[in-house]
Design a protein around this ligand. Structure first.
Ligand SMILES: *[C@@H]1O[C@H](CO)[C@@H](O)[C@H](O)[C@H]1NC(C)=O
Ligand SMILES: *[C@@H]1O[C@H](CO)[C@@H](O)[C@H](O)[C@H]1NC(C)=O
Ligand SMILES: *[C@@H]1O[C@H](CO)[C@@H](O)[C@H](O)[C@H]1NC(C)=O
Length: 338
């Protein structure tokens, strides 16, 4: 929902405590969203062709942007209820209103491209987000946006091989997402720029990172490009808690947990590692000590900054996130370090 319409609703005082679930569909973008976002989808002609690879990659981007769009539309409403602050003289509600509008425009842009090539666009799912206050909202916004940045960086990388004419639109989205993330970090007093590089994550990792927020069965039929993505058992950081920003002092060890019933039999009898993906570096592996049923302990590399993603794996040589994805046993888990 737009900032202006939230204010109109609040003005009418008819708003009950029941959260509204507004959702603006990409292909029917209202003028008010465009105004709020500061602009419309690109108005130039689409490229002459769209590869099958790119169709699948943009369908995943559609899925992820739908989630972000819902998060910021519903979160905007929540912020007006929770009471919001400001960063550097910018009001949080005004800022998130722009974020919500811009995510709607991103969804519309991707759906316009897919529709032009007669490819299936993705309906929004229903979502559950574990946030009940402004602090947790921005902490999860940082995590969700870091996932988006990682996934669109991967999209850009893939387009370089298949559809180079589209790299520019992907790159133009990444920089805007990064500005969003800078602000989220600053709400917690964190510097906006913790590291010189952002992360690329694989599409499969991004999908798995999004799934905990998607109400199972609520997405309708997904295209084959999505149903073919592997679903990994979750890897959780212990103790569980609300979505975190980075702690003041980075941890030297982390305990993770997995649901043993979802793991292959005997998985813990072989050497296990955590693969850490951070910035534009090769994967760092640390050995795992099994502490108990589904309880796994690992040292933390001391070179991680910003957001890192950790996955449980049975090997320690896959050099990059693409090859680690094919060797992922559980996860990934997002872990903010600074
Ligand atoms: C908004 O608030 C509702 C009710 O507290 C909560 O269930 C939902 O997850 C919140 N969503 C966001 C994005 O803040
Ligand atoms: C999409 O489908 C329409 C109607 O069948 C057709 O005219 C058009 O050429 C198709 N476009 C592409 C890019 O395949
Ligand atoms: C709009 O989005 C809602 C929620 O995802 C969906 O149920 C509905 O089918 C969509 N409508 C159109 C016209 O796409």
């Amino acid at each position: 929902m737009l900032y202006s319409s939230v204010l109109a609703l609040l003005g009418a005082v008819a708003v009950s405590a029941a959260p509204v679930q507004p959702f603006i569909n990409g292909t029917k973008l209202p003028d008010s969203s465009v105004k709020q976002a500061g602009g419309a989808p690109p108005n130039g002609p689409p490229p002459p062709t769209l590869s099958q690879t790119a169709i699948g990659a943009f369908q995943l981007a559609n899925f992820l942007e739908n989630l972000e769009s819902n998060y910021f539309q519903t979160g905007l409403y929540n912020l007006t209820q929770w009471g919001a602050g400001a960063v550097g003289g910018v009001d949080n509600v005004a800022f998130v209103g722009k974020v919500a509008g811009q995510e709607e425009v991103h969804v519309a842009t991707i759906e316009k491209l897919l529709s032009h090539f007669n490819a299936t666009t993705l309906n929004s799912c229903r979502y559950q987000f574990p946030v009940t206050n402004t602090h947790d909202f921005f902490a999860l916004a940082n995590i969700i946006t870091s996932v988006g940045i990682g996934a669109i960086t991967d999209l850009a990388s893939s387009l370089a091989g298949s559809d180079p004419l589209l790299i520019q639109s992907a790159a133009s989205i990444i920089t805007v997402e990064a500005r969003h993330d800078s602000y989220f970090r600053m709400t917690a007093g964190e510097v906006p720029n913790p590291a010189p590089f952002d992360i690329r994550i694989s599409g499969a990792w991004a999908y798995n990172l999004a799934l905990p927020f998607v109400i199972p069965g609520s997405c309708g039929a997904l295209p084959a490009s999505m149903t073919s993505i592997p679903v990994f058992p979750p890897l959780s950081v212990v103790p569980a808690g609300p979505p975190p920003f980075a702690p003041n002092t980075p941890p030297t060890t982390i305990t993770f947990s997995v649901d043993e019933t979802k793991m292959p039999a005997g998985y813990a009898s072989k050497p296990l590692f955590i693969g850490w993906v951070n910035q534009a570096n090769t994967v760092i592996y640390t050995p795992v000590t099994v502490q108990g049923k589904g309880v796994l302990n690992s040292d933390v590399p001391q070179t991680l900054n910003g957001m890192a993603f950790a996955a449980l794996t049975g090997q320690n040589i896959a050099p990059d996130v693409g090859t680690l994805t094919t060797q992922t046993m559980a996860g990934p888990a997002p872990v903010p370090f600074s």
